[in-house]
Design a protein around this ligand. Sequence first.
Ligand code: BES
Ligand code: MN
Ligand code: ZN
Length: 495
Amino acid sequence: MTVRVTVADPTAHRCDVLALGVFGGPARLEGIAAKVDHALGGLLARVLHEEQFTAEAGKVVFLHTHGRLPAGRLAVVGLGDRDAFTMDRLRLAAASVARATSGRRLTRLAFPPFQHRDWEPAAIAAARTQGALMGTYSFTKYRKEKGHTVHLELLAANRAEAAAVEAGCRRGKVVADAVNYARDLVNEPTNILTPDALAAHARRAAKGTKIKVQVWGPSELKKRGMELIMAVGGASAHTPRLILLEYAPPRPKRTVALAGKGVTFDSGGLDLKPAEGMATMKGDMAGAAAVLATMRALPLLAPQVRVTAAIAAVENAVGSRAMRPGDVFRGVNGTTVEITNTDAEGRLILADAVAHLAAGAPSEIVDLATLTGAASVALGPYAAALMGTDQALMDRLVAAAGRAGERLVPLPLYEEYRQAMRSDVADIKNSGTRPGGAQKGAIFIREFAGGIPWAHVDIAPVAYLDKEEGTTAVQPKGASGYGVRTLLEYLTARD
Ligand code: BES
Ligand code: MN
Ligand code: ZN
């Protein structure tokens, strides 16, 4: 999809589809929708009545204009009740219309000017652009049949409004492009997206920007004592990589360190996963994808924050070189780990990545990982779980997620779970019994954060949807790109 801003009167503008947002409770035509209805001699109101249109959020009804307007069709989209209206609803409406337009293989879509007393025109334009770009995403790289390209126009009443809309549109596009880039990486099959290929993506993303990249392969990892990353990735012919990125603006206010779980395929290792559990495990690098997509977008948004990132990329494979239950390895911070389950591999690679970041003394560390099935059991496909050691950091992340339109729910970290991770032979074991599984994973990683304020986002519930779910318009089936919006909102917030 392409997006541009045009100064035009929506009732006089030529396009294939003119979108009209309508509030519910009960549905009433006002503003531009009323004007359009008038131009059609009341036909719009009649059709909506016949269709029993209640303006339910995201619901779309199409109407042909048969030459009575320059717009070939109207797409009326429900905005839900006016009192319950949010930026999320606006994003959803934009996504629903854009998706429906693309599905009908129509090309020129126009959004008329939209005002809201609580929001800046730029913020409105950003949300609409983002929704439309995220909603029309599809992964068609390996199919003969490609998706249909929609050209979206955001209409502005005058030049002054157009400037604000233009600015919002740019930001919305940067964010949505980053989300869709993360989705592409996650949807890419493992036979293509190996750890080395992920590193190549990182190099490409940084090329021509101020982002610095370093990639460590097996010999460097061994030399530096990163036994945990080597233990997880050791059985695969596609050897491990630690991908280090840095975004450093001139006078940074603080340094945020990001870690991403980049398991390009999780077979479970020797404690092999059952078939149903393994089917979507190409997506076990979604944390890494979110971190890389975020880093790639930072130069375009230029926040005053230094950001360092460590992406641990490995394949958790089976073979005679695979780690075994009972093995003991030493992490880069000196902590020893007894392997009790080879399928609890994410926390192992994050341990080395987080310890490495901690050694750089950042202000805070945030890791993103498809870490536990337990988080999915707790939250279903609707929210990611947040855990950590610093309440202020966690509060800022939850607030950023809320503004960005991603659901993030805090979970506690009970000290009893640290007891449950005690090992007889090493400092800690990598898995415990099932109860509190998400917290146990977090408590393991905490051991490697070196006392630096740290937060862990378990995105296992939301990273990859293998069937259609409620808010599909913004988040299609497959990779969601979850985390990118929250991280970008968090890193660019003025607080
Ligand atoms: N990658 C999985 C977690 C996961 C499950 C992500 C479902 C996305 C969807 C992770 O490596 C894993 O296998 N976790 C185990 C941990 C257990 C062995 C302690 C789990 O959750 O069962
Ligand atoms: Mn696993
Ligand atoms: Zn995993």
